[in-house]
Design a protein around this ligand. Sequence first.
Ligand code: ZN
Ligand code: ZN
Length: 634
Amino acid sequence: MAMLKFKKQSFIIASHKKLLCFCLASTASAAANMAELTTPQLNSQNTQLRERLEIPSPCYLDPKYVISLLISSIKLSQIRQIHSQVVIHGMLQNLNVANKLLYIYSQHKAFGDAYKLFSEMGERDAITWSVIIGGFAKVGDYIHCFGIFRQLIQSGAPPDNYTLPFLIRVSRDRMNVLNGRIIHNIVFKHGLESNSFVCAALVDMYAKCKVIKDARQLFDKFPCRDPVTWTVMIGGYAECGNACESLVLFDSMREEGVVPDKITMVTVVSACAKLGAMHKARLVHDYVFENNFSLDVILGTAMIDMYAKCGCVDSARSIFNQMKEKNVVSWSAMIAAYGYHGHGRKALDTFSMMLSSRTLPNAITFVSLLYACSHAGLIEEGLRFFSLMLDEFSVRPNVKHYTCMVDLLGRAGRLDEAISLVESMTVEKDEGIWVALLGACRIHGHIDLAEKAANSLLKLQPHNAGHYVLLSNIYAKAGRWKNVAKVRDLMSQTRLKKVPGWTWIEVDYNIHKFSSGDETHPCSKEIYEKLKNLNEKLELAGYVPDTNFVLQDVAEEIKVGMLYSHSEKLAIAFGLIATPVGSPIRITKNLRVCGDCHTFSKFVSAITQRVIIVRDSSRFHHFKDGVCSCGDYW
Ligand code: ZN
Ligand code: ZN
């Protein structure tokens, strides 16, 4: 409520703003530090101010006028000056004035002034508490936020539905579910659980803290769910990686007659992007247009990303073309979309168009651009942009830019340059850069460098099984079986955090999810039969299962068996059964696609005359007629 009042007032006084600012700025420059001025000096300045504003003196004492002056103040020194006047005229007792002063201080992040004023206030109301707690919450000052909240509880005043969400959000940002539960208890005690602000904040807190079950429980219990609560719950599922459920919830929301707002649509669009569900994406797209949502930069950019991640780069471009207003984020999203799909030239053309439209590129634009160059093998162009970004656009390269460059040089076999680039880096190295280097070593069979990169990587992330697998694959490729065995020993000694592999496929608007060796699907029998059938045909065509990609100490035939039922293969087999002949098969994998599944997909695309589009954690692979768009480099 407090915020709303301020907004209205600032609107009313907007026309006076320029005049007031001018007057105040000139007086403020004369009084850098009001605290040191004596009362006669203050009075004289007050008179001066009144004269310049051409206002009769009693008017200046009107609380409404003081408030409007406060809102129009740009500089902190002006606010302090008005504060002094307020004190002199004994107006601090006016709670409206004091609260507004408190609010303006916190808006200017002058928390020293705000806290001092708060401590001196004789009277406080609900607005006072929510302004001071909210101010500290917004800058993430957890200690003051909770400290003052404790004072509020001790004072016996009841916390309200404005103050509590601040504390819930601070708990969320700190991922401190324990504190969140304490606040939830207080909410319950004061009967505020059915307040939509408070409920939405709690659902959001539980979801972001990954306690999605508690979020859902609260959501289900809540009697009057508004678009905000629905959106928070839909977003919560998407964030936890359960984007399937978020889309189901979006359908239920409409079935219950709740009308989604723009934020709901952005959330749903992002959920589709995460899932790579192309048909769902089209439905959401239709919904957006049928309900006349304006394609502004936020929704438009989210839709570009959605189509790009669903494997439809042309649809992404069509959305981009329809957007009346574009900002640097929209342009970067379009460049990234071309990059994912290996359309390097189109990414470069888009970048030129962006410059012509007088939009300045930022760090994200250059990540998208360098990624596009590296994934399309545009080596010289990539090198040129890398040197250009700082020299011409003052964008300092960060670790992500360096990673793209290592990938780019690695692809070209220029490993020495890649390693000297890594060595020359002044920014902190992360696992991404070592993964890129290791990937380059794998392609070019560079064992010594691979060991160096792997050691750095394992130092950073000793519990990531994927890194061991990469190193082992490199040794296996070089036939160094003793080293392969060593890596296996290391793996069994270390407590490894294996991320389970999943592959999704969307058929008839339903998402089918497969894990490796999965037999839970209703069509499991047909899927395995199809796979057996396929493998026979594939082997006749020259496909040899590459057991190097199985990192377990098992007999060769078991290894083949394990490879055979990788989640990608199960999803592709199901796609062949469940989709019309000749239609493309789109699958999404949460990890990088393995080398054997990559070879398998190439053969399947040739034998079945189907286009297979695989989105893995790093890029898109378009398989057609036995060839992949990535050129076997990923
Ligand atoms: Zn595989
Ligand atoms: Zn590929």
